[in-house]
Design a protein. Sequence first.
Length: 362
Amino acid sequence: MKRLFLSITIILAGVLFVGELSAQESSVRDRIARRQQVEKNKQSIPQLTVRANNRNQSQTQEIANAPWVREIYRFLDLNKEKNASLYYPVTPIGDRMNLFTMMFRLLSNNEITAYEFPIDRVETFSDADKLNFKDLLDRFGIMYTEENGVYSIEDADVPSNEVTGYYVKEAWYFDKSNSVVDIKILAICPVIFSQGDFEAETTRYPLFWLPYEEIRPYAARMPIMLSNLNNASNQTIDDFFRKRSFEGDIYKTTNMKNLTLAQTVNSGNGMDEIAPIVQDSLLKKEQAKIEGQLKQFKTNLWAVEEPAPKVKDSKKSDEKKEDESGEKSDSDEKVRTNEVKQEKSSSSSKSAPVRSMRGRRR
């Protein structure tokens, strides 16, 4: 009996020891896999060089001293063909990834800073609005693993397929140094579209604001494909924004009341709620009005002088009149001679004698 008990104890101890070893091996493998994933994420994002940093600083547009500035908020729908370059590829392919995956990897590597998207006030990009990356992951239910303050997220867990829109804040300003109207991208906010279990319409959920100055040096080195007819990735994300290849609808302008265009339309008609069709029509009119104001300011910036009327030379005009009068007199003389000839011919035909047949001999 004692031998049986001893053997069972030895067997159980061996099983526990083997299980502990396997658990340690699996934990070691997991740690190695997480480290490899972190290294892979760091390598997938192009690292900045000193030259790239200097170039980014040289391209910074200063608008603090501009005499005229107007801030515009646009919504970029990635379902539109012109904006699809920011959505694909959904999962990274080699060194290519979409805009949200690039921003998400930069946040996980602590390369850039995200800021809160306030609903009832204007964004400030201050330390008080800085967003903790862990809070961001927990808020939107993104799966992750943490080790020594380093967050590891699998590519399949990055919600890049759910981000189907962006809010873009831009500034139209007058550049005194070059005497032109220029446009500067100030910030970008990814937007997730989600639909509840018992909801018929999708709802927009803005994630966070990112200053474009922080992501521009990385965007300038991230290739994208702009068209299905040309598969060469010879453009970058920064080129896409700098050349304004996107299509975005205005949804807000900076104003003292901090109202969106939809709120402005509703308050302007004295109604809390109006029909969706009427609201869309009024919203499009307001958007077209703002676009026209921006273009009008640009065209009215300079006064175009009309060319002075040409002064005719008096001598040439007199000679021309004399030539015309001479030609007219010659033509009049020709007409007179023709009339005289016609009169002579008619008179000769009238004065010719007519012979009678009565006095002629037969």
